[in-house]
Design a protein around this ligand. Sequence first.
Ligand SMILES: [Zn+2]
Length: 1006
Amino acid sequence: MKQVFLLKAAALLHEPVDKPWVETGVLSAPLSPQGIKPHEEEALRVAGEILKDTVLAEAAGMLTDPRIRKARLLSLSAERLLAELAGGAPAKSLKLKNLFNPAFEVKVEASPDSVSRVTSELAASLNELLRKASSERDAYHLLYAFYEALWVGLGGPSNPVDLRAPTATVFDEVYATASTLNWLLHGEEPSGLLLMIDIPSIQVFISRSRKLRDLWVSSYLVSALAWRTAWTFIEKLGPDVLVMPTCRYNPFYYHSLLSSIGSRQLAESVEDVIEKVSGYNPERDTYPLYAVVPGTLLLVLPDYEVLQQYVDSTIKDRESLEKYAVERYREAWSSIWSSILGLKGRGGDAMGKLLGKLAEQLEGVEKVGFDRVPPLPIRVITVEVSEILEELGPQHLQKLYHCLFAKLQYKLGREKLFRVSYASELDLTSWTSGDVGWPKEFRSGRGFDYCTSCGELPAVLIVPREQGREEFLRVLERELGVTRDEARSLALSLEPYFSGGEKLCPYCLAKRIMALEPEIMLKSLLGAPAQPRRFEVSFPSTSDVASVEFRQALLEKALESGEAREKVMKTLMDSLFQLGRPTAPQGTAFWRKQQVLLGRLRERAGKGKELEQSLALLELLVTMCAELLWFSEENRKKWLSLARDLRLGGTTVYYALVRADCDNVGKLISGKLEEALGVKLEEHILSALEGEARSKVESALCGEEPRLGASAEIKELVDEMKREGGLLVSPLYHASLSGALMRTAVRDIEIVEELDGFAVYSGGDDLLALAPVSRALAIASETRLSFGVGSKSKGTKHSGFEKLGSYHVPSLIPAGRSYAVYEAHYRYPMSAVLRRSHEVLEQQAKEAKWSTPKGTIEKDTLVAVYAPGGGERTACVLLRESKSISKAGDVCGALELAESVLKALDSGVFSESLVYDALDPASAALLERLLGYQQLLAPYFRTLLRRNLKAARKAGEDLADRLAASLASYNAFLLEAGEGAGRARPLVLEIIKLVRLARSGVRGFV
Ligand SMILES: [Zn+2]
């Protein structure tokens, strides 16, 4: 049993973390016997220290196992393979290159002393951790989870594993080797398979959301179901089996690991490190708060014999394996279902009784199959190593993974032609001929009613329309056995969760119950948290997001002593009195922004007696739902007049939904660099190489015929990649890519939170977030910049890498990323906003084609939409200046220009009239004519901007001139609006439209 984990542990340690330092002789290794290289001896030394007196101790003697060497070779990426073929001495300088665009590099800046200190500290800390594990499997999980994480936490630099082609760190390589080792567990002849789990139709599923909490639950559910299915394999075989997404930096992995090992002490000792690499703090968050696992997962699995022994005895062949995976998925759903049924017969307050009653309704439909058939279908696809091995022949073994992956994608493409549906598995006919829909009196009279959320299935729950209130109270009294008063207060507290006239099918009802009690889903899918604590959180509403700046301004006024505070308190009291139900939301605020405001209030209250007394009331000012507090019919006038009185400027009723995803991500995953990124293959390879290896490859590529030996092999490999139009896809390439994507997801969440937004989903290459309108463009530009150049803040110089302490993680620098920023009224149906924003992203941003001075650029476009009263106004902005990005300044220039104008409007440099002046019919007509005369444009904008300056000051005039010059420089960028669709749209006009659009969204008064 233990052999597999010993071997995998040896794979993780077969290269020493300080390899390049020893290789270059900067650090000396222990004296080595003849025939053993210094870094190999160092690997033995470090492994010995890490594993000493642990259950994995034997692994230290297995570092040179031939299977590990072979696994390493099979996992190499193209440039590394070429370096191996070319040979040559390692380069002397320590640097790391960005795998996706090797023109970007960072010097490894560390002192030899610090490297050797961090190495020893790492060994000691890991050893301490591993000693706590009682099984080889637990110990291996801990080693994998904390090997790189502790190194990062201790301040270790990113050491390149191969100085001839420094595109991967030691960690990238050993993690990829451990993955590939799954195919070599039985010897040097590879066997095993690639398995893909794919959950289709996610967008449709999550768009059926009425409230922010529904949306959060829907996307989390998909993520957690996918994770739970993969976790079966991860838990039993080790985290290395999951290639995409990765377990590195993955909050779900850290959570599941702590939950499964279940040591509270352990959790406390490593929580800082976990937070640093994954953004998840087990102590603070209880569960990972954000869904980061995408609906498509790729696993490298060992052969059936190992699967049978380690995973499940029923696995014998492809069929039984695929069945096993599907069953785990269904089982995950069933476990949620039974937790919901567990609410049945729940006593307590009226809400508890209602949940019990709803659970009863779901129990009644089990015979139809809702308990067994998940609301989303799943595809499980496999390709066996043996399918490829024969065609490939032994001399092309390094292409094994590449060919398997290509075949897998082909199979997936074929599967996608067929729509998977669960409906056929549900016994709907016999159900709908019976008695469907509770309570009876609200049915429309026909046989059954359709679900108003998905429109696909019959409804089990029917919520009465507003008019039926009296009747509704009677029903509640009768069905729940509660008093009239209890029924009345229950009816009121249900408002945020169910709307009048809503009808829900079993799936949509189950989802709604999970939104009421997210812990049901979390516990069933992710296990108990390391800290035994209830997960009780309050979600903001779209109205809260829209008006958070108003709330903040009011809070500041309330914190001032004297008249201002009196006024705020009075309006607050009046409003609460008017509402007659000042119930505070239960649980801690989920939204970071709300936590920050509460923190500020409590801190100030702690300092002075008088605030302390009104703390409870002021907390309602921060937490109470904006829709009731100031947007309600009864109260809006009060707050509006208070805002005027305190000169606060009111609040907007619009929030922004921000969506983003990577352009051409499928091609990027398949290594098709030229199509995905516009990078020439040969150029890419050569710039990835260093020193002698580079010159050897260069001469092999340009040299005259005939070629012999290594030179011929190099040429053949490169020619073949050229024919296929891309890099060789390998475990190492995928390890680097999924590592970069996971860190992008974690950074995106941080950026969204810092900019007062609410991240709903951030995983794979996608982002879905809500934000105050005034912050949405900043969220777009910061996340776009972070996606490309790595650093979160614009000032940092390390473009192409994220700096995590002293450790560098590559960003996807050459790839594009498109955005939809949709500004919607908080009362506009959320499902429509979700659907529409998705369409805008796919049909407008992704279809955008710009002609620029440096050629055509496709995609990489932000489309902003302002949707007042059903209509839509849009602006499109290009997010890169040139096809290939060579510096941070090549990204987001146009967007940042719009932001600068907005900032100058905010700070009062320009008057609001600018927005109208720029686009009034006369100005627009003049500008239209001037677009053909580049030299006249800057003067035109200068005049326009200067005449809207609030005060004629030198600084303002200088700013106006700078902005005018920048605006004019975008005249040469044209959005080709598609064939026959009329004239091209100049980017400069789109920037101005974007400014007006963003301005409209923040102004809509209460
Ligand atoms: Zn439904």
